[in-house]
Design a protein around this ligand. Structure first.
Ligand SMILES: [Zn+2]
Ligand SMILES: [Zn+2]
Length: 137
């Protein structure tokens, strides 16, 4: 995987750069992810917090995640793209939406999480390990 990894929102106002490889990758099917990104799941590219550099004035929306932790979801106030998050418990790691990468094809999900919340029309890769909730306690 070529570094740095870059990405941004639909309108281009918010850009980010990631200087390290992801530490985990997972499709999150939780209900709050569904609402926040307007899709069946959030393709989470988990990167070290210190490796993520963001440019542009993004906004954050805080809500209680299925885990009970507070999730701060960063989005572009101009175009509404949901880009990345901050979890109140896992402060060293930040989930970035793989769909917002400049080259989303580098994303290789390793697992499905919060499958208990998945919709009946959600299609998952049967070969990936499935976790009812959060795989990391
Ligand atoms: Zn934007
Ligand atoms: Zn989620």
């Amino acid at each position: 995987m070529k570094l740095p990894i870059t990405g941004g929102c639909l309108c281009g106002k918010i850009r980010y750069e990631i200087s390290a490889k992801p530490v985990n990758t997972a499709n999150c099917h939780c209900r709050t992810c569904q609402k926040a990104v307007g899709a069946a799941y959030f393709p989470a590219f988990f990167v070290p917090a210190s490796a993520l550099t963001i440019t542009g004035d993004y906004k954050e929306f805080a809500s209680i995640a299925a885990s009970g932790n507070t999730m701060y979801r960063g989005f572009c106030p101009e175009c509404g793209t949901s880009l990345f998050g901050r979890n109140s418990k896992f402060t060293n790691i930040r989930p970035v939406s793989a769909a917002t990468l400049d080259d989303p094809s580098i994303y290789n999900p390793e697992k499905d999480m919060w499958v208990a919340d998945a919709q009946p029309w959600d299609v998952m890769n049967p070969e990936l390990p499935k976790f009812v909730g959060n795989p990391w306690k």
